[in-house]
Design a protein around this ligand. Structure first.
Ligand code: XLS
Ligand code: NI
Ligand code: NI
Length: 435
């Protein structure tokens, strides 16, 4: 059998004293952290589109990536080779999951029927590889944004014909995800938004989207797909204004349309920052609603205002994220999908290993640090004290059993409140002691 990464052997944990760059310094899959193995806490997944398909083209230049598995002229031959390379990569990396869009796995055909056939062929191929390697599908999704037919959106398209096409495509993608035992199914509204209100019925487009989701829920129930449905927020890009702006917006949409029970959220770091939030803010908002489902782990660039999808290496970011994940009680059927791509200049196949190893180590370390912080308890103690008045005088108000009159009586009796410091810098310094 062809090997696509002949220079790389199985990546294993060697610890921080190892000088082998192709080894984990922190990620030790069976190590228990707060009673659970690192592998079970983190549930890493490789993103098929970036890792296997990204060729490094940008608006100013052509493909740069050295990818043997792309050197086939027949689309299905290329798809099979890509799938073989993907499973070799994921196995050698020691990750248990992968994620794909239908069109990553199988090429779009000349007709809808041919696209369906291609997908079926590739699902069989992937299934065989899943069985022989033990690698599992974290989630599947449909690419409803690349083909020109989706230029004005999919579920929110002004033309019912395109809406129906997208729905038919999702039906196939749901079948594929079910067939491969996918544990979740993601909806990312790639072009579900608008460029100008001059040609757009905003309210109707959102109603269309709700109708689209209702049909998906109904179909999943009918075929017995038990994976979790996830929506992935992103505020802009490709469209100027996307309906799934951030966690709060999606929660409001789901509640308004009676869909809240059927979905959780898939939070992506770089999308959070594009929305003007931190990653941990988006995780916390989702978790507060009991809707933290899964994560796309990556990072943006402070100096660039778009979805650069870089690999996560910033320890503060992983610590803050893991504090939220641990507080939420974990990700359930979700995981951490590396929705990240190597830079255009990192064009050798081995760079894919360096990138994932770095991301996995950064999150492993984030997990260890966050768990130690939680175990120490200083943050919780601080918050307990800071909010202590709500256990006493404020308890009735919090429970909805107070009134403006009651508050007035309280103020007349107690006068001016004593304002206390939030001690932000003090707390930040304590965090540094753990890193
Ligand atoms: C793009 C999104 C996309 C989704 C899956 O910005 O992150 O990759 O994760 O469609
Ligand atoms: Ni994503
Ligand atoms: Ni993204």
């Amino acid at each position: 059998m062809t090997t696509y990464f002949p220079e790389v052997e199985q990546i294993t944990f060697e610890g921080r004293d190892s000088d082998n760059p192709l080894s984990f310094k922190w990620y030790e899959k069976d190590r228990l952290v707060a009673g659970t193995s690192m592998a079970d806490h983190l549930r890493f997944a490789v993103a098929y589109w970036h890792t296997m398909k990204n060729q490094g083209a940008d608006p100013f230049g052509e493909a740069t990536m050295d990818r043997l598995w792309s050197d086939f002229s027949e689309p299905l031959d290329r798809a099979r080779a890509t799938c073989d390379a993907a499973f070799e990569f994921v196995s050698k990396l020691g990750v248990h999951y992968y994620c794909f869009h239908d069109r990553d796995l199988a090429p779009e055909g000349d007709s809808f029927a041919e696209s369906c056939k291609n997908l079926e062929i590739m699902v069989d191929h992937a299934k065989m590889l899943q069985e022989s390697t033990g690698i599992k599908l974290l989630w599947g999704t449909a690419n409803l944004f690349s083909h020109p037919r989706y230029v004005h959106g999919a579920g929110t398209n002004p033309d019912y014909h395109v809406f129906a096409y997208a729905a038919a495509q999702v039906k196939q993608a749901l079948d594929a995800t079910k067939e491969l035992g996918g544990e979740n199914y993601v909806f990312w509204g790639g072009r579900e938004g608008y460029e100008t209100l001059l040609n757009t019925r905003l309210k109707q487009e959102q109603e269309q989207m709700a109708a689209f989701f209702r049909m998906c829920v109904e179909y999943a129930e009918r075929i017995g797909f038990t994976g979790q449905f996830l929506i992935e927020p992103k505020p802009k890009e490709p469209t100027k204004h996307q309906y799934d702006f951030d966690s709060a917006t999606i929660l409001n949409f789901l509640r308004s349309h009676g869909l809240i029970d059927h979905f959780k959220l898939n939070i992506e770091a770089n999308h959070a920052t594009l929305a003007g939030h931190t990653f941990e803010h988006e995780l916390a908002v989702a978790a507060a609603a009991g809707k933290l489902g899964s994560m796309d782990v990556n990072r943006g660039d402070l100096l660039l205002g778009w979805d650069t999808d870089q690999f996560p290496t910033d320890l503060y970011a992983t610590v803050y994220a893991m504090l939220e994940v641990l507080a939420a009680g974990g990700l359930g059927s979700g995981g951490m999908n590396f929705d990240a791509k190597v830079r255009r200049g990192s064009f050798e196949p081995v760079d894919l290993f360096h990138a994932h190893i770095g991301g996995m180590d950064a999150f492993a370390r984030g997990l260890i640090v966050a768990s130690a912080i939680i175990e120490d308890g200083f943050l919780e103690d601080f918050k307990k004290l800071r909010y202590s008045s709500w256990d006493g005088a404020g308890a009735a108000a919090l429970a909805g059993n107070s009134s403006l009159d009651e508050c007035e009586r309280f103020i007349r009796a107690h006068g001016e409140p004593e304002v206390v410091s939030g001690r932000q810098e003090y707390l930040e310094n304590l965090i540094n002691n753990f890193i």
